[in-house]
Design a protein around this ligand. Structure first.
Ligand SMILES: Nc1nc2c(c(=O)[nH]1)N[C@H]1C(S)=C(S)[C@@H](COP(=O)(O)OP(=O)(O)OC[C@H]3O[C@@H](n4cnc5c(=O)[nH]c(N)nc54)[C@H](O)[C@@H]3O)O[C@H]1N2
Ligand SMILES: Nc1nc2c(c(=O)[nH]1)N[C@H]1C(S)=C(S)[C@@H](COP(=O)(O)OP(=O)(O)OC[C@H]3O[C@@H](n4cnc5c(=O)[nH]c(N)nc54)[C@H](O)[C@@H]3O)O[C@H]1N2
Ligand SMILES: [Mo]
Length: 771
């Protein structure tokens, strides 16, 4: 018998086609105009050979090889759920008692599920918070540098992740859009919390049809679809700040800055102006100054600067620009340029970040409450900036700076992850692998034998969303969707909530954790709270049973002609509607940031040459700038064992793209297997060429599961193509401490040896205990 079960994931909304207890296919949601292909991998993922079928313990851990042991090479021993739960509870109690709660690292960064009740990270943090506390993580790998910066200069992070000026306003009023990093459609395949409607392509097509001109500044022509007819201006990665400063210089020289706007709505223009003109440091930031840095011809810089001064314009940058050395700077300078031109708050004009970074950015919408698990307080209040995990492991008790605070790293004994994959997301994996050895116990709740699970001590098998009931919701989408359980749990997998409830029972707080609700009661309870929030804003919502039977609810879209421009009230009346910055104005110079006295993030935007870029001394040895971007065939590491990702690989390896001339110089042809390397590590890749990629730039998506030739040996070749064996692990600056993966130099050479097998998608070595 075939059944259809309404369901949703970060990669889309669909009905699961279920036959004989297995998910055999998917049908896209009827209301989604661009469902995308990622959902096709769903059946492969649910029934993958690399599902974790039972709880496991690393053999070495059982034998006492804990702190100091390199993980990844030991076999695993299956154990019963009872034993696994008891071991975890005992270990948690011991570490809390002996070392205090901050010794449990439970930041657990990661995307978890679109289902908001079973959201693994929320469940784990609830458990750890109620159990006495832990060390958490703040901000996101996506945009950590921006999250620290933007509140100082614009008073809000809405301009990054919230309600930005929408496409209705841009399309109606703007004539030109400056797109640093382009507007790549592939990144619109996903929405955190699932899309009922993939809207990026529709919004972009309408804007293009209305005649909006796109100026695309990026190393990769494919970052904007052909049909936008964008002007492509190739730029060396990591140098956008120099370009923006040169545009500012052009505008000042032409006397085109908006003096009234600068005087009434900004502070610090005199300081920034002196830097731009060179009064401050003797270097005028002219287009000719910028040309050897960016490779953008001075005449082009001059022309586009004047165009932005002449026409209604929206300025945007992808999130990738700030995942780089001093990534705060291009974001600050882009806002400064928009402010100088008096554009911030004009209808359809100004600045916002990420229109091309994720689905739903700038989608015209009403503010609908999200369906979510309420956050739980962490009684220790301890946290690290998201990407400082290896630093933390290497420096227990060590001090560091972060956004004006001097902080201390905790002494980590337990690392606990549910719903994230540090071996996907973190940089310099070989260094991280050594850091992992500092922990006594590493606990991972996972569905699959990801690299995070393979490098853990205690692995607890989790259900996928298709094995439980839930509700999906995103602040960027107007649909709320029911996720019906489609199949029974695979193997002995259990829901994260149930796993943690049992551990809480061992520790004596089960009822506080569950509030004596089961899954059904939780969903009804959270739904009722969401309904009340909706009612307060005047939205009409069905009761739970009606919603569940229908499978989705839709907030009414804004009417045609309605539009939203961020900062409009501030522009109209800055006294009545000040910004939430220290001065109430746009800060082109920030006294607060200046007072931190950071040479890597001074009081106004500056050009600082990245540690790694094509202009660096190191480029002589490693002459290619590697951009490790978001994959078109999966979500990070999720869906990697599926058919969509497999079809894109070259002899099973992750593709790496070079300009054809860079390939020819290395005697490489498309389809060849190559070794990509630098001083931090090496991986294999399958070569692709593209004349639309700048010379000197290499692009390799993130997400191929880390697959070291010799597991457990730092520096071992990743045979599959995970670029994070190559990327540097250094904070963007002391201000943001964000990840700086995009500042990375490599070399590429032919791989001439036998091709080692990819083992990432089969289970690791398992030893059955002697009977
Ligand atoms: N080099 C480089 N590195 C990067 C980036 C880059 O641009 N370049 N981008 C960074 C960015 S922006 C991000 S957001 C991160 C993403 O990093 P992550 O969010 O950590 O990556 P995912 O692969 O999505 O990891 C989620 C994991 O959770 C598991 N999971 C899903 N649902 C459940 C569940 O219900 N229960 C449990 N227990 N587990 C579940 C999945 O199986 C998966 O392994 O990567 C970062 N890393
Ligand atoms: N299909 C799919 N979509 C996704 C994700 C996924 O895993 N799969 N992940 C989601 C997540 S978590 C996030 S945070 C977002 C991230 O969204 P982004 O950070 O915007 O994505 P990227 O793909 O890393 O980068 C976009 C483009 O920026 C350009 N670029 C890189 N460096 C520079 C530079 O220095 N200057 C200029 N001018 N351009 C540069 C590159 O050419 C690249 O194609 O994507 C989301 N969307
Ligand atoms: Mo992200």
């Amino acid at each position: 018998m075939t059944e259809l079960k309404p369901h949703a994931a970060h990669w889309g909304t669909y009905d699961a086609v279920v036959r004989d207890g297995r998910v055999v296919g998917v049908r896209p949601f009827e209301r989604d105009p661009f469902p995308g292909s990622l959902i096709e991998s769903v059946p492969d993922i649910v029934h993958a050979a690399c599902r974790v079928d039972r709880p496991y313990i690393r053999k070495g851990w059982l034998e006492g090889r804990r702190k100091g042991a390199l993980r990844g090479g030991d076999p695993f021993i299956p154990v019963s759920w009872d034993r696994a739960v008891r071991l975890v509870a005992e270990e948690t109690r011991r570490v809390r008692t002996e070392h205090g709660p901050t010794s449990i690292f439970g930041g657990s960064y990661g995307w978890s599920s679109a289902g908001r009740f079973h959201h693994a990270r929320s469940q784990l943090q609830r458990f750890l918070g109620l159990g006495g506390g832990y060390t958490g993580q703040v901000n996101a790998y996506s945009y950590a540098a921006a999250q620290a910066l933007l509140p100082h200069i614009l008073g809000t992070n809405e301009v990054l992740l919230g309600r930005t000026t929408d496409w209705a306003a841009i399309t109606r009023h703007a004539k030109v859009m400056l797109c640093l990093g382009g507007l790549p459609l592939r990144n619109g395949l996903v929405t955190s919390g699932a899309a009922g409607r993939h809207s990026n392509e529709i919004n972009l097509r309408e804007a293009a049809a209305a005649g909006l001109r796109f100026i695309q500044v990026s190393p990769n022509r494919a970052d904007v679809p052909d049909w936008c007819n964008a002007e492509w201006i190739p730029i060396r990665p990591g140098t956008d700040t120099a370009l923006l400063l040169a545009m500012a210089h052009t505008i000042v020289t032409a006397g085109r800055e908006d003096r009234d706007y600068l005087a009434t709505r900004c502070v610090g223009w005199d300081r920034l102006r002196a830097y731009v003109t060179g009064e401050a440091d003797g270097i005028a930031k002219t287009p000719e100054w910028a040309e050897p840095i960016t490779t953008v011809p001075a005449a082009t810089t001059h022309r586009i600067a004047m165009e932005l001064a002449d026409l209604p314009a929206m300025l945007t940058a992808t999130w990738s620009l700030q995942r780089a050395d001093y990534g705060e700077q291009p974001y600050w300078m882009l806002a400064a340029l928009a402010a100088m031109l008096g554009k911030i708050g004009k209808p359809g004009e100004g600045v916002a970040y990420g229109y091309g970074s994720v689905n739903g950015m700038g989608e015209p919408r009403q503010e609908v409450p999200s369906f979510s698990m309420p956050a739980t307080r962490n009684p220790t209040g301890a946290f690290i900036p998201v990407a400082r995990i290896t630093d933390m492991l290497e420096n227990p008790g060590g001090t560091y700076d972060f956004n004006g605070r001097a902080q201390t790293y905790p002494d980590t004994r337990i690392i606990w992850w549910a719903g994230g994959n540090p071996f996907h997301h973190h940089q310099d994996l070989n260094r991280m692998l050594r850091g992992w050895a500092q922990a006594e116990t590493i606990i991972v709740q996972e569905q699959h034998w990801t690299a995070a699970a393979r490098h853990a001590d205690i692995i607890l098998p989790a259900t996928t969303t298709l094995e439980r009931n839930d509700i999906a919701s995103s602040g960027r989408d107007r649909f709320v969707r029911a996720m019906h359980q489609a199949i029974a749990p695979v193997g002995q997998a259990r829901n994260d909530h149930d796993i943690l409830a049992d551990i809480a029972e061992e520790l004596g707080f089960r009822d506080r954790f569950t509030e004596q609700r089961n899954e059904d009661a939780w969903l009804r309870h959270l739904f009722e709270q969401w309904r009340q929030n909706c009612a307060r804003l005047g939205f009409d919502t069905p009761d739970f049973d009606a919603f569940w039977a229908k499978g989705w609810w839709e907030a009414e879209p804004p009417k045609r002609g309605e539009e939203y421009t961020q900062f409009a009230e501030f522009r109209t009346d800055p006294e009545e509607h000040p910004l939430d910055t220290a001065t109430g104005k746009i800060e082109l110079f920030s006294e607060t940031i200046a007072s931190f006295d950071y040479d890597d993030a001074p009081g106004h935007p500056v050009w600082i040459a990245p540690r790694e870029w094509l202009g660096a001394e190191q480029a002589k040895r490693f002459p290619l700038h590697l951009l490790s971007f978001q994959p078109a065939t999966r979500l990070h590491g999720q869906l990697d064992p599926g058919r969509v990702a497999a079809a894109d690989k070259i002899q099973g390896r992750e593709p790496i793209t070079l300009n054809p001339e860079d390939a020819a110089e290395r005697s490489l042809a498309p389809g060849d297997i190559v070794r990509v390397f630098n001083d931090r590590g090496a991986c294999l890749g399958g070569l692709r060429t593209d004349p639309g990629l700048m010379r000197g730039v290499a692009m390799m998506a993130t997400g191929a599961w880390f697959d070291p030739l010799e597991p457990g040996v730092p520096g071992s070749l990743c045979v599959h193509g995970n670029p994070n064996v190559l990327t540097p692990d250094i904070g963007t600056s002391r201000l943001g401490q964000g990840p700086s993966a995009q500042s990375c130099l490599v070399q590429v050479e032919p791989w001439t040896e036998d091709l080692p097998p990819v083992r990432a998608h089969i289970p690791p070595l398992i030893e059955e205990p002697a009977a």
